[in-house]
Design a protein around this ligand. Structure first.
Ligand SMILES: [Zn+2]
Length: 301
């Protein structure tokens, strides 16, 4: 794959379809995700809620520059904190997500509460490595706010004549990923089913993620808004898919040859993607794939 440098882009709203906006955040690194919104007379459809309260407040202000309509729905594309922490600040919105997204969020909140109960009051425990110091303080404000409406395979939200199709094709980046497709504008919000110009991270099922890339390639889509990085299209999706396919094939090889995860990480050479940020996700992806392959083996026996 010829390396393409990441195009520069600004943090802020950009109109990507007929009265349809992406809200991008430069530079798409750990915790710095994208969102979207459809402002209509019937209310505003919001896609994802960002991570730190200051990010969500800036996003809300950008939406309020365009529309004073009430927030009607907030779609969580998946459970990760950088897409759902801001849920409580999209006031009045009915939060919609895949049923597994809600389950994963509820389990994460329960685990966090159990961990917190073991610590002295006010002790928030260690800061996760991927959270910047500047965000850590303000994250104390965040309360887990779960989706109230869930779906299994697909759900259509209607705003006047505009349809938003929420689509789930099985576990991939997480267990409860949704695509949000606007057929009129031919725009697809992928959440973290697409990382553009960066190393993708799998917490779900990478072989199925490859299959979903094929599904997207066959969709009538002109523009993709990824979970991280600038907007793009099927070329950028193809770039990401090549990394996923490489990792699945190489890791399966290592697994079947009985290598430890550590030895697999040493053997798998991702230098062709050396210029993509977050290359440290390689080890996390190998761990996820080993769990996937071990589950397959257990199922087969
Ligand atoms: Zn994610």
């Amino acid at each position: 794959m010829p390396y393409r440098p990441m195009p520069e882009y600004q943090t802020g709203p950009v109109e990507v379809g007929d009265n349809l906006y992406a809200y991008l955040q430069w530079d798409g690194g750990w915790g710095i995700s994208n969102a979207g919104f459809l402002p209509t007379d019937d209310g505003i459809l919001v896609i994802d809620a960002l991570m730190a309260p200051s990010m969500t407040r800036a996003f809300v202000a950008a939406m309020r520059d365009v529309s004073q309509a009430p927030f009607r729905h907030l779609v969580n594309t998946h459970m990760h904190a950088d897409h759902t922490n801001g849920n409580q600040f999209i006031e009045g919105a009915e939060i919609v997500a895949h049923e597994h997204c809600r389950e994963e969020m509820a389990a994460a909140a329960e685990l966090a509460a159990a961990e917190a109960a073991k610590r002295p009051a006010g002790d928030r425990g260690p800061k996760p490595f991927w959270i910047q110091d500047a965000w850590w303080e303000e994250l104390a404000e965040v309360e887990s706010t779960l989706p109230v409406t869930t779906f299994a395979d697909r759900l259509t939200l209607r705003y006047g004549n505009t349809e938003a199709h929420l689509l789930h094709y099985g576990p991939a980046h997480t267990l409860g990923d949704s695509l949000v497709y606007f057929p009129d504008s031919k725009v697809l919000f992928t959440g973290d089913l697409a990382f553009f110009y960066a190393t993708p991270l799998s917490r779900g099922h990478m072989p199925n993620w490859v299959r979903i890339c094929d599904i997207i390639r066959d969709m009538d889509v002109d523009l993709v808004v990824p979970g991280h990085g600038p907007t793009g299209g099927k070329q950028e999706l193809q770039d990401m898919q090549e990394y996923l396919e490489f990792m699945v094939a190489e890791t399966r090889n290592a697994f079947e040859n009985g290598l430890s995860e550590e030895d697999a990480a040493k053997a798998i050479d991702i230098s062709q993607w050396a210029q993509w940020p977050e290359s440290e996700r390689k080890e996390m992806n190998i761990a996820n794939l080993y769990a996937t392959f071990a589950a397959e083996r257990a199922d087969a026996s």
